[in-house]
Ligand binder design. Structure first.
Ligand SMILES: CC(C)(COP(=O)([O-])OP(=O)([O-])OC[C@H]1O[C@@H](n2cnc3c(N)ncnc32)[C@H](O)[C@@H]1OP(=O)([O-])[O-])[C@@H](O)C(=O)NCCC(=O)NCCSC(=O)C[C@@](C)(O)CC(=O)[O-]
Length: 307
């Protein structure tokens, strides 16, 4: 028996996860317009940027300039990634209202990505979360490598459950489970989610799939069957993590929403506007959208939803 949700919250990660790995510098104005277009398309959460070290992620080195220049739409959340107190101070200064802290279920990946063990990363988050509490800022948590690690291979679901539970206990309102290198397949994805849901309520979990091996939509569908109702995705399928070799784009927002609408699951997103945004950002980057939907003219792409 499936337990599909009636409504899914889409967390749009394109401006952050999508752009962080782009080699050519992208103008701040283009990033800002992308964020505005996504909010205008009805995305309820638009992850805007990262306050990480610009030496580690040069592409998002303009966070302090970009964030204050966003015209924030009421009702839309604009979280940013924060790895430590330095990032938190910069985020507060820029007027951020919601942050996301990030760690992993793999020690080796965490070391490469944020130069810390899992335990050290959680220690670093303590003062960040205390300041967030003082300022009334919501904190989301990420766990990477939930279905495999580029350095360690197989990751046990229990390791994912353990770190997810710790993030919730520390005060995260939600934990996003990242298949960083897109190595998961549907039954394993569902098994991992079920293991985590034994320790964290399903309504505090989100799923975050990369489409490296073409498994993302199938994985999402398998996880939706367990009732998860928050899905991360990236417009035009942009994305990749520079510290995970072989991590390709995130699952494309427009492909996910097409599937959800076809299943009668509401997202509140205007798919026509999102499609136009996918085409627009791909033009800015000088390439075709990585999504399936974005490569088909909009009328043809969306027509089957009316059949
Ligand atoms: C965590 C650190 C900073 C540790 O990096 P570190 O080198 O160990 O940092 P440090 O504390 O030793 O400081 C070194 C220098 O960096 C500066 N510094 C220190 N922190 C900051 C900061 N926040 N903002 C600006 N500057 C900073 C600090 O001030 C100092 O400057 P110096 O004295 O040399 O001039 C670094 O490893 C880092 O920034 N890593 C981020 C990597 C990243 O963003 N990866 C991608 C995001 S995760 C992801 O994509 C996965 C996800 C979330 O999407 C889910 C999934 O798919 O799995």
């Amino acid at each position: 028996m499936s337990n599909y949700p009636n409504k899914v919250k889409l967390v749009e990660v394109g401006p952050r996860d999508g752009l962080q790995n782009e080699a050519e510098p992208i103008p701040t104005a283009t990033k800002r317009e992308l964020i505005h277009r996504l909010a205008d398309a009805g995305l309820p959460v638009v992850e805007a940027t990262s306050f990480v070290s610009p030496k580690w992620i040069p592409q998002l080195g303009d966070a302090a300039e970009l964030f204050p220049s966003i015209q924030r739409k009421p009702g839309v959340a604009y979280p940013v990634l924060v790895p430590n107190m330095k990032g938190m101070e910069r985020a507060v200064e820029a007027g951020v209202e919601e942050i996301a802290v990030f760690t992993a279920a793999s020690e080796s990946f965490n070391k490469k990505n944020i130069n810390a063990s899992i335990a050290e990363s959680l220690e670093r988050f303590e003062p960040v979360m205390a300041l967030a509490r003082d300022k009334g800022m919501a904190v989301r948590g990420y766990v990477s490598c939930v279905l495999g690690c580029p350095y360690e291979g197989r990751i046990e679901p229990q390791a994912v459950a353990e770190v997810s539970e710790k993030l919730i206990t520390m005060g995260c309102y939600e934990v996003s489970l990242g298949d960083t290198i897109g190595s998961g397949t549907p039954l394993k994805a569902r098994e991992m989610l079920a293991a985590v849901a034994e320790r964290v309520p399903m309504d505090k979990l989100a799923i975050h799939f990369h489409d490296t091996r073409g498994q993302a939509l199938a994985n999402i569908q398998a996880c939706l069957e367990l009732g998860v109702a928050t899905v991360d995705a990236s417009v035009a399928g942009l994305g990749g993590c520079p510290y995970a070799d072989g991590a390709s784009g995130n699952v494309a927002s427009e492909d996910v929403i097409f599937m959800l609408q076809g299943m009668g699951i509401d997202t509140g997103v205007d798919l026509e506007k999102l499609h136009a945004t996918a085409v627009w950002i791909s033009e800015q980057l000088g390439r075709e959208p990585a999504s399936k939907l974005g490569r088909i003219p909009v009328e043809k792409a969306l027509a089957p939803l009316g059949w």
